[in-house]
Design a protein. Structure first.
Lengths: 787, 161
């Protein structure tokens, strides 16, 4: 019988009511009295030197309040990078300046040159068209390998080259890896591209800046996954506003998928301009603008090699990856191809020796940063593809080859610096084989073939590292932030609770799932708990939501704060019942004295805390409010096995995903309904990456896929009903809830399953193909079939 | 500026608009109905779907002036008279057919238009009808399921989850 409340219950989401009735409050729904609107004039050239900007005509246009250019931001900080990677020689990465508005040069199509603030959105846009900008066009560097050639045009004149860093991991293993390759019985090599994507949350980015002259206080309303991080980065590094004079609010946010983690120029601009003109300033991105200003994702070009011995055991792995940074370093960009990618190269396998080389490259394209999975999909894709190719070359069953090399003992220290605490990879594979009916595949293939179609099966595993931590380690690795989370639990006098969490919900349902945890701990109704998030003036501190960290890190902070609450409440209860504190038990919202029939209700204890007439004032203070900061001791390691079945039309190359099954191990689960939904969404994004999506630049740096007319978003007809299971549960050993995180799994595990399946389908039709780069569009698949 | 008048969710709405003002801008900016969203600028995403004289319309692709005299219905007008969720809204909540909620108003309005034309659509018919509504969160599974449930179909038999 499934639970109907508390941990493990599929409680329906309370936030849905407002979203379903049009009562959600997204940033663009916020309109402040006296608000002005900004329109950014953006570069239509990928690379060029600004020789003049003439704003005179535009300044005289109707409604124009003020026009800003890069000159207005001289002496003001640029957008900071939050992670400094050290290269294989021990040197810091090259870190260019990132001005709010372009200064001297434009470096990608979409780089903001000027900003027009006017009375209406339309007036701002009209006036921007009247600004005369002269730009001397420079040759653009788009291809990463060309960008690092001697003599390539430099994106940043003050850097020595376009190479941000050349990272080796683990550098000390390199020689041993080389030796293992020399001794290998078989080596499989695969070159592949992890296609560049645009995150595309359905809500475009919005920023509203406000300034209160009386209090000298600035407020920014923004579409962010982590308002406290924006407050710190923008306040301390860009505008020089101390945190107590700066409030950042991220209200209902319409999806993020990573691209709303970062601090963007438009946020700093609106905050700055609101003070400069002493009026609120609002910016709402159009979708076209989002395509050329939101940080993109992925964009790796990789060569991976797997060495096996004569018994098909993996003996070594080495990779060389070119990772696109785009024109500037977005907030966490350097960490994605390194610490979020290299550390995952062991996957689910006991490969003893691994060497990962990553060359991060500047190009004249939009900055690239974390997108759902961030580094981990790139690691999983190349690893699971090279294993499939190895199985193909060796003529062995790809599932058996994986099983043979599974890690089976935990904790397991990988050769790439991380230690998996728990997992059971055979269990998720067993579950997958059953739920995906792999035994029935041959019959389904025969049925497809009878209709002239090719059917393929792709299976793969994945491992993820969620809740990146601990702070003292990530600090050594170059993070310029702590990676804890905070929670304040406030109990009101009549027993209701408010949790102020630094985690941020932009679709994940925290308002529902977080109260389930507290309801379970105290034994009260979930409706007695309210979640407050997304406002730096209400929540003490927060690192936000990304990397599937909310329940594992933010939830743990909430548990720790609640434990403090319960401890204090027990002291009060002991006093009220004249018993020893050690004898107090809390169950179903009642404090009782063990072995007696004495009890006092949760609400009475809460009331006593605020009306302390009968209260141990000599021992404890009145009130019932506690804060905890939780800094995890390790990542969590969700894992799973995925199976995709596709049908390919050999006449057109069109791929149809017929079946998709996902068996995940997320450890303990708070709300199965929400977890299942997270997997569904991740699967669609992974299938989208594999079959449809791709941000494509031409050689001049024009983004060809810059709207939904050209960038193929997955639609309802592109995906099937998914089979999702998370009954295999090996709880995390180091957080209080035993949870692992589920937000990115679907996007990490699914692309290799789809590509494995398509390659399998094509080979079943007699093709000798071993790989096709994503997205597997009909044109690419058809071309592959033609040989 | 030209005066435009229409009925929105049963209430009269009047305003001064430019010729280029879109219906969605009129709804959001002039009469404050911010439930209708703008997710793109190429009439692709469907976050802005409303009903105009009973037909589903992308309100980003219609001028406010074109709706002069029309009966417009938006997400704010969908709940039952007592404020409870209507059948489609309730099915979306029951089957977790929404996450961030941004595409949701358009999805609900499209679903309502579909069920009016086709009271018992198949999975395939639903997926094709939603061609013009993009969701980035749910992977569509639970949206399709919710619409099937709202039409009275048994969804317990759908793929395991």
């Amino acid at each position: 019988m499934p639970k109907d409340h508390g941990i493990g219950a599929s409680t329906k989401r309370r936030e849905d009511v407002r979203f379903l009735t049009g009562a959600g409050r997204y940033t663009d729904d916020i309109n402040l009295r006296g608000q002005a609107y900004v329109h950014f004039l953006r570069s239509d050239m990928a690379h060029g030197r600004i020789t003049s900007i003439d704003t005179a005509a535009a300044a005289g246009m109707p409604g124009v309040i003020r026009i800003f250019t890069g000159a207005d931001f001289e002496g003001i900080g640029g957008l900071p990078c939050g992670w400094q990677v050290t290269d294989k020689h021990g040197q810091p990465m090259q870190e260019p300046a990132h001005p709010v508005l372009a200064q001297g040069k434009v470096r990608h199509v979409g780089d903001p040159i000027a900003a027009v603030v006017a009375e209406t959105r339309e007036q701002a846009r009209d006036a921007a068209e009247a600004i005369e900008v002269e730009i001397e066009e420079l040759p653009a560097v788009i291809d990463m390998k060309a960008a690092v050639q001697e003599g390539a045009p430099k994106v940043h004149d003050d850097l020595t080259s376009n190479l941000c860093y050349d990272w080796g991991f683990v550098e000390e293993n390199k020689a041993a890896v080389e030796e293992a390759f020399q001794k290998a019985a078989h080596v499989t090599t695969l070159e592949l591209v992890n296609n560049r994507l645009v995150a595309n949350p359905m809500e475009p980015r919005v920023a509203v800046g406000d300034y209160d002259r009386a209090g000298d206080e600035s407020t920014l309303y923004t579409t962010s996954q982590n308002p406290h991080v924006i407050r710190l980065l923008m306040g301390a590094f860009v505008l020089g506003i101390p945190e107590h004079k700066l409030r950042v609010v991220a209200p209902d946010v319409g999806g993020g998928f990573g691209t709303k983690i970062f601090h963007y120029a438009e946020e700093a601009f609106c905050t700055f301009a609101a003070k400069a003109i002493n009026r609120p300033v609002k910016w709402t991105a159009s979708r076209s603008e989002a395509f050329i200003s939101d940080a993109h994702g992925r964009d790796h070009v990789t060569t991976i090699q797997l060495a096996l011995d004569a018994e098909n055991n993996f003996t070594a792995l080495r990779t060389e990856t070119y990772a696109n940074m785009g024109a500037y370093l977005s907030t966490f960009a350097p960490s994605v191809p390194t610490w979020l990618h290299g550390t995952l190269m062991a996957g689910n396998y006991k490969t003893p020796l691994i060497y990962v080389n990553v060359k991060a490259v500047f190009t004249n394209t939009v900055p690239v940063d974390a997108y759902r999975g961030a580094g981990r999909p790139e690691a999983t894709f190349q690893l699971e593809r090279v294993i499939d190719k190895a199985a193909m070359e060796l003529g062995v069953d790809p599932i058996a080859l994986r099983r043979q090399n599974f890690i089976t003992e935990f904790p397991y220290a990988t050769p790439v610096a991380v230690e998996y605490d728990t997992g059971d990879y055979h269990a998720t594979m067993d579950k997958l084989v059953e739920m995906a009916d792999l035994d029935g595949f041959a019959a389904r293939r025969a049925e497809s073939e009878a209709r002239g179609k090719l059917r393929g099966l792709g299976v793969n595993c994945y491992i993820e590292a969620c809740g990146i931590a601990p702070s003292n380690l990530v600090g050594q690795l170059g993070a310029r932030a702590g990676l804890y989370e905070s929670a304040t639990v406030r109990v009101n006098a009549t027993g209701g609770l408010v949790v102020m969490t630094g985690s941020h919900s932009h679709g994940q349902g925290h308002e529902t799932s977080f109260p389930q945890v507290i309801a379970e701990m105290i034994g009260i109704d979930e409706s007695m708990v309210e979640i407050v998030h997304g406002d730096t003036s209400k929540v003490p501190m927060g690192m936000g939501t990304y990397g599937s960290r909310s329940i594992a890190v933010g939830g743990s902070a909430m548990v720790r704060a609640t434990e403090k609450i319960i401890k204090k409440a027990k002291t009060i209860a002991a006093h009220l019942m004249e018993a020893a504190e050690a004898d107090i038990e809390l169950k179903d919202g009642q404090f009782s004295v063990a072995g007696t029939d004495k009890s006092v209700a949760w609400g009475d204890v809460c009331l006593a805390a605020y009306v302390p007439h009968n209260y141990p004032l000599d021992e404890i203070e009145p009130g019932l409010e506690e804060t905890a900061f939780y800094d995890p001791s390790n990542f969590t390691y969700p894992s799973g096995a995925y199976a995709c079945e596709v049908e390919v039309d050999p006449d057109t190359g069109k791929v149809t995903v017929e079946r998709f099954a996902a068996a995940d191990d997320f450890g303990n689960i708070i709300n199965p309904m929400i977890v299942t939904g997270q997997v569904h969404g991740g699967l669609a994004q992974g299938i989208g990456q594999a079959l449809l999506e791709g941000a494509v630049y031409d050689e001049n740096g024009q983004l060809l896929s810059a709207s939904y007319m050209d960038y193929a978003m997955p639609r309802a007809t592109d995906v099937p009903f998914y089979q999702v299971d998370h009954s295999c549960q090996t709880p995390c050993t180091h957080n209080p809830l035993g949870v692992k995180g589920c937000g990115e799994a679907g996007a990490i595990g699914s692309p290799p399953a789809v590509v494995n399946a398509v390659v399998d389908a094509l080979r079943s039709g007699g093709s000798g193909i071993t790989h096709i780069d994503m997205p597997l569009s009909p044109a690419r698949v058809w071309a592959a079939l033609q040989g | 500026m030209t005066q435009v008048s229409m009925t929105v969710n049963g209430q009269p709405a009047t305003g001064e608009v430019e010729g280029r003002t879109l219906l969605v801008s009129f709804l959001r900016d002039q009469i404050g109905l911010t439930g209708t969203h703008v997710g793109c600028d190429t009439s692709q995403c469907g976050a802005c779907v409303v009903h105009v004289d009973g037909k589903a319309v992308k309100s980003c692709t219609m001028l406010a002036l074109e709706a002069d005299g029309a009966e417009v219905s938006t997400i704010e007008g969908q709940a039952n008279a007592d404020g409870t969720l209507n059948v489609i809204q309730q099915a979306f909540q029951d089957h977790h057919g929404l996450q961030c909620g941004f595409c949701t108003p358009g999805m609900v309005m499209s679903a309502a238009a579909l069920l009016k034309e086709n009271p018992k659509p198949t999975e395939d018919e639903i997926r094709h009808y939603l061609e013009g509504n993009i969701c980035r969160c749910t992977g569509y599974h639970n949206i399709v399921k919710a619409i099937m449930a709202a039409s009275g179909q048994d969804v317990a038999v759908l793929a395991a989850e």
